[in-house]
Design a protein around this ligand. Sequence first.
Ligand code: SF4
Length: 251
Amino acid sequence: MAGLVVLGNASQPVAGDLIVSEPPPLLHLLPGNPPLVLVVNGSRLFEVDVEYFDQLRQDGEGAEELLNFGTPLAAPATGNVPLVPPNAISLNIAQSCNLSCSYCYADEGRFGKHPVLMSKKVALAAVDQLFEGVVPGQRATVGFIGGEPFLNREVLYATVEHASKQARSSGSRVGFSVTTNGTLLTKADLGLLRDHSFAVSVSLDGSGEINDRHRRARNARVRVRRARDARCDRQVMDRGRASGRLRGFLL
Ligand code: SF4
């Protein structure tokens, strides 16, 4: 039974900035008064006595009892189920934003004054890892989120190009998604969204007046108008595969 128990959240090894997949722990030991044990399968939390807690910590003796407690007919523990390779990834390519929304979870877009952009190396490695598990004919999806992903335009473009190549060479298909505040979109960006299979979500907040009050720009007050300009771009609206989604959000 030793080896089943991991104290707290063990830091996972990384290679090339990507998380290496390992069998997850079955139990987490949480020292304290009283000591607690979290059984991952079913997210069950147990209060245990100190003696039993120490036993678990030393050699895992008695862990079976907890793993099976109250679940005689339970499905196999999560740790025993092989992980299926993902067919979709979501890349946070810009932990940074050009807006400063009043309610932003990320320190009004400042991200604790530590903005970070994902490197091209990491983004392309993530795409390579995705396509290792994609079979011919399957459709993979690469999503871009932030912050504001278009602050890291170069990496976004490179990733789209790389994923498209990977899909062609592996006989699979790829689609993309992006969540953007829409304020930095250029004509070239609209062309990218049009020319690839993109689902685009543009975040606005209520009417133009309410949006501009709460979704403040750092250096200008023309944001909603710029987003509307994107909606009116005939190039996108007439022919773009992204146009349906844009129409839905930019009313
Ligand atoms: S657009 Fe999003 S990430 Fe940027 S400041 Fe507003 S809520 Fe935060």
